[in-house]
Design a protein around this ligand. Structure first.
Ligand code: NAG
Ligand code: NAG
Ligand code: NAG
Ligand code: NAG
Ligand code: NAG
Ligand code: NAG
Ligand code: NAG
Ligand code: NAG
Ligand code: NAG
Ligand code: NAG
Ligand code: NAG
Length: 839
């Protein structure tokens, strides 16, 4: 059998021709056959391998995909099986409420008995005529628990309102976010929201405390002021700022916002008050809000005996209420943490946010998804493509095999032939072969060999011209190709940008969400006064000394003097400076916590534009919340007739000097207007200082003043002389070149701009790129087809063309002949002449 096959192979002749039966010709045909078969096997192997390994990018669209389909696609996208997955939503904006829910739980104190009226009444009812200690006994703390209750409510309201607003906020995105991107974005949204809500709440409380403090508004608890009556011939009642004792040290409400004394139960022995019991963790301070913030709730937990002690000492069983749960799991705040700690978190134990991707998906109303997939040809496709090429390939290979065989035979016989005529002989052989070439051997068997050969030549010319045209066409045509660069560096990416258009480069980021803080440096400059000696501790301490040495029985008149007011005003300035610094830092922190969220890298200029836009928005909206609260509090102080302990807006007066006489409040008059009707009444101080005004409250008079004097050395010298303060170094004046404000701008107008001189931002593209860390860059380039591609295509066409021309050429020749014979017998010779050209 093997022998048969071997013989079959040996004698196989695919180039049999009726015209060529000579032994040499048959040998030549057999060698051609062998070469041809070899070439064919080789070509098919190459084609099969090439087709099996080449992959093609295909774009696929899925209409109305289900959730499961989309999840599958997303996981494939993560695993790199598919690229450029994009799903388009029908609904472009979706409110947060649809897919993010919060279930905040509050600190147990906000639902405890300690904010109930029963408890507050019980505390208040424990007061036992201890007037001699001016409200320092623990039983005077009823209002403190009232305040705690209000803070709980305020916190709850803030949270509820913020959540309402939050849920209405829209997430705008035309493309469906993948689950990963969604999680990242939701986390960022939630963190931003929590930060924003707590900051807003805290800054409000802080501003409220600060304004109360700098103005020393009378507290109903009697802890920040005292009323004294001079024992002159005509007694004058005055309000003075109080001091508190703690551990033998004295602090003053006027210049120490953290002034406090341990809360205790006192017993009066005649005029002497002795401490009966210290309430652990609890403090009395100048203002209830400060007392509360500095205290802890230690005493009221179920593992403490403190409350039992108080019940016993006060002999008041109404104080026996449910204690707080000391279990470690009941709260994230330790038992001994200050109320300030929980207040700073809005008393919230946990926000319990939940986000549901499915809800978001449903809301988005997906219309379609597209993606690109790189797929190798399937076996059927490979077979189809190869079969398509077969026709062309066989014919080309037949010709090549014939030429090669001729060449090989010729070379083998070379030694017999002289070198000089070698080339001539060879070309002659080719010529003879070409002349005898006949593809119509079997097709046009009713014609002479000569005619068949003529047809062959027409056929070959037409075929060559067509193939040439198609080949050129394929070489000149443009197609898109995708080039991939893995883990590009910034330099490489920048080079790519210079090389290709921005639209052509697509680099997916490793991190989708890049916080601003990782690549933006944001600094700010405050008005130079906030960094000057005029707000420094030592300066304010000096001013306080001057104020403290004044005779407080002259408070009513001190309100008009430089010495009597400058401490309060400079302290107010210092507090304002530090408050705006906090606000700006908060705002900056919030701004930097936002992220650029993008699946692909953003180029430098687009990034700058995007950041610039959000920076501008941030800068213009930053002061708004502060200013709203600021105006509100100032308005409320005036309209509620709050009295400053400095006697600057109201002062005390007695009509009759008798025991138990009634004391009246009288408004101060400045320049013919009074503080009862206007909070902005001001006049120049005595002695006169340029731009310095005295008025109803320290805050209001400061706001009406200007910094004019601080820019003028002789004016500052004058100020120092008037105040007679000993300076450790000479006070440096402000430089008008360093400010965008005018020298005679009121301080109010500077506060409106929250003291900001300028913002300095530094956007580092390198850091952004580092964070994004592109996994790869896909470059879509359109360029001419490769030679291989053109050859393959032409070969593919060839099969069809060969058959086509084989059928058409005989018919064409026949038609031409017939036409010539029928219409113009004369032209017959011309047709023959034309034909002769081919011979
Ligand atoms: C507080 O009340 C509970 C019952 O309500 C009682 O068992 C407990 O002894 C009381 N504590 C004091 C100190 O009176
Ligand atoms: C405690 O109060 C009760 C009445 O509320 C009274 O009978 C009792 O004497 C008081 N005890 C002391 C030690 O004051
Ligand atoms: C408290 O939390 C810990 C860990 O979170 C847990 O093991 C323990 O069981 C919890 N205790 C109670 C009483 O819930
Ligand atoms: C205190 O809280 C823990 C954990 O939340 C709970 O297991 C326990 O029952 C609570 N105790 C009381 C007395 O409510
Ligand atoms: C609170 O108590 C714990 C131990 O119970 C202690 O380690 C911690 O320092 C205390 N914190 C404060 C602020 O007193
Ligand atoms: C933002 O762009 C505007 C106009 O192009 C420019 O005036 C401004 O200085 C830019 N701001 C920042 C912070 O780069
Ligand atoms: C500087 O201050 C002095 C003293 O108050 C004043 O006389 C003078 O006019 C001021 N100069 C300017 C330029 O304002
Ligand atoms: C200025 O202060 C010094 C002490 O620091 C004092 O001796 C002097 O009398 C004061 N001068 C005036 C005018 O008050
Ligand atoms: C302010 O700038 C002007 C001109 O720009 C200059 O002449 C002057 O010396 C500067 N003043 C100070 C205090 O630097
Ligand atoms: C101060 O304000 C007045 C108008 O109120 C203006 O004419 C003057 O130029 C200002 N002076 C300075 C130094 O800005
Ligand atoms: C921005 O940062 C770079 C590098 O940290 C530094 O060289 C450059 O001076 C900074 N520019 C500004 C305006 O701060």
């Amino acid at each position: 059998m093997a022998l048969t096959i071997w013989h079959l192979l040996i004698y196989l002749n695919l180039f049999k021709s009726s015209a060529e039966q000579a032994q040499t010709q048959i040998t030549y045909q057999r060698w051609s056959t062998r070469g041809y078969l070899l070439l064919l096997v080789l070509a098919f192997s190459i084609l099969i391998i090439y087709n099996l390994f080449i992959a093609e990018m295909r774009s696929i669209e899925v209409n109305n995909p289900s959730f499961t389909t989309v999840k599958q696609l997303q996981s494939q996208s993560i695993n790199g099986l598919i690229t450029s997955l994009q799903c388009s939503c029908s609904k472009v904006s979706i409110s947060y409420g649809n897919f993010i829910q919060f279930q905040p739980s509050f600190h147990q104190v906000c639902s405890s008995d300690f904010i109930s009226t029963n408890w507050i009444d019980a505390v208040t009812n424990s007061v036992t005529g201890n007037d001699g200690i001016f409200g320092l006994d623990f039983a005077n703390n009823g209002p403190l628990f009232q305040l705690l209750s209000s803070l709980c409510e305020l916190s709850n309201n803030t949270v509820v309102n913020s959540l309402k607003k939050f849920q209405e906020t829209q997430l705008v995105n035309a493309q469906l976010l993948t689950e990963d991107l969604f999680d990242i974005q939701v986390l960022s949204i939630i963190n931003q929201f929590i930060l924003q809500t707590t900051n807003k709440f805290l800054r409000f409380l802080q501003l409220y405390s600060n304004i109360t403090f700098v103005n020393q508004l009378l507290s109903g608890e009697f802890k920040n002021f005292l009323i004294k009556v001079s024992n002159a011939s005509i007694p004058v009642p005055v309000i003075t700022v109080r001091s508190l004792n703690s551990n033998n040290a004295t602090c003053l409400c006027a210049n120490d916002i953290y002034c406090k004394t341990p809360s205790a139960i006192y017993r009066l022995n005649g005029p002497i008050a002795t401490v009966l019991y210290y309430v652990v963790g609890f403090y009395a301070a100048c203002f209830p809000i400060q007392a509360l913030r500095m205290s802890t709730l230690e005493c009221f937990y179920d593992n403490q005996h403190c409350l039992n002690d108080m019940i016993r000492i006060y002999n008041n069983s109404n104080l026996n209420v449910t204690r707080l749960n000391s279990s470690y799991n009941a709260s994230r705040f330790p038992i001994n943490s200050t109320i300030s700690n929980s207040l700073e978190q809005l008393f919230i134990e946990s926000w319990n946010p939940t986000s549901i991707y499915l809800s978001y998906f449903t809301q988005c109303q997906l219309s379609y998804c597209t993606y690109q997939i790189s797929q190798p040809y399937s076996v059927t496709e490979t077979i189809t493509r190869i079969v398509a090429l077969t026709g062309g390939l066989t014919i080309s290979l037949r010709i090549i095999a014939l030429v090669i065989a001729a060449l090989v035979i010729h070379l083998l016989q070379r030694h017999q032939i002289e070198q000089s005529i070698e080339l001539v002989t060879f070309s002659r052989k080719i010529y003879v072969w070409a002349k005898k070439l006949n593809v119509f051997d079997t097709v046009m068997n009713n014609k002479t060999i000569e005619e068949q050969r003529r047809g062959t030549r027409v056929y070959l010319v037409l075929l060559s011209i067509t193939l040439l045209i198609f080949g050129l066409n394929n070489l000149l045509i443009y197609s898109s190709f995708i080039t991939v660069i893995y883990n590009p560096s910034l330099e490489e990416y920048e080079q790519l940008q210079q090389q290709y258009s921005i639209d052509a480069i697509n680099c997916p980021c490793f991190h989708f969400s890049i916080p601003y803080s990782s690549f933006i440096e944001l600094e700010f400059d405050l008005h130079q006064v906030c960094g000057s000696e005029f707000v420094s501790d030592w300066y304010i301490k000096e001013l306080f000394q001057i104020y403290n040495q004044l005779n407080y029985f002259h408070a009513k008149w001190n309100a008009f003097t430089l010495q009597g007011t400058c401490f309060t005003q400079f302290q107010t300035l210092a507090v304002l400076c530090s408050h705006v610094k906090d606000i700006i830092n908060d705002g900056r922190q919030q701004f930097l916590a936002s992220s650029v969220i993008s699946a692909n890298i953003i180029d430098n200029s687009a990034l700058n534009t995007q950041i610039n836009t959000s920076l501008m928005k941030f800068q213009s909206t930053l002061p708004n919340v502060f200013l709203n609260t600021f105006h509100l509090l100032r308005g409320m102080i005036q309209s509620n007739g709050m009295v400053s302990s400095y006697s600057t807006n109201w002062y005390l007066q007695m009509k009759d000097v008798v025991q138990y006489a009634t004391v009246y409040f009288h408004p101060q008059f400045y320049n013919n207007c009074n503080c009862a009707t206007s909070s902005t009444c001001t006049q120049s101080s005595t002695p006169f200082i340029l731009g310095y005004f005295v008025g109803c409250t320290p805050l209001e008079s400061l706001l009406q003043s200007t910094f004019e004097c601080f820019y003028n050395q002789s004016c500052v010298d004058l100020l120092v002389t008037y105040l007679n303060i000993s300076l450790p170094s000479s006070i440096v004046t402000l430089n008008k070149n360093e400010t965008r404000f005018s020298m005679n701008d009121t301080i109010e107008s500077i506060v409106e701009e929250i003291f900001i001189e300028r913002w300095l931002s530094n956007i580092s593209y390198a850091k952004f790129f580092e964070q994004c860390k592109p996994v790869a860059c896909y470059i879509t380039v359109t360029h001419r087809n490769s030679f291989l591609f053109a050859v393959t295509t032409v070969l593919g066409l060839q099969g069809g063309l060969v058959t086509f021309f084989k059928l058409v050429v005989p018919w064409l020749l026949l038609s031409v002949e017939k036409l010539a014979q029928r219409f113009m017998p004369r032209t017959q010779s011309r047709v023959h002449t034309t034909m002769a050209v081919f011979t």
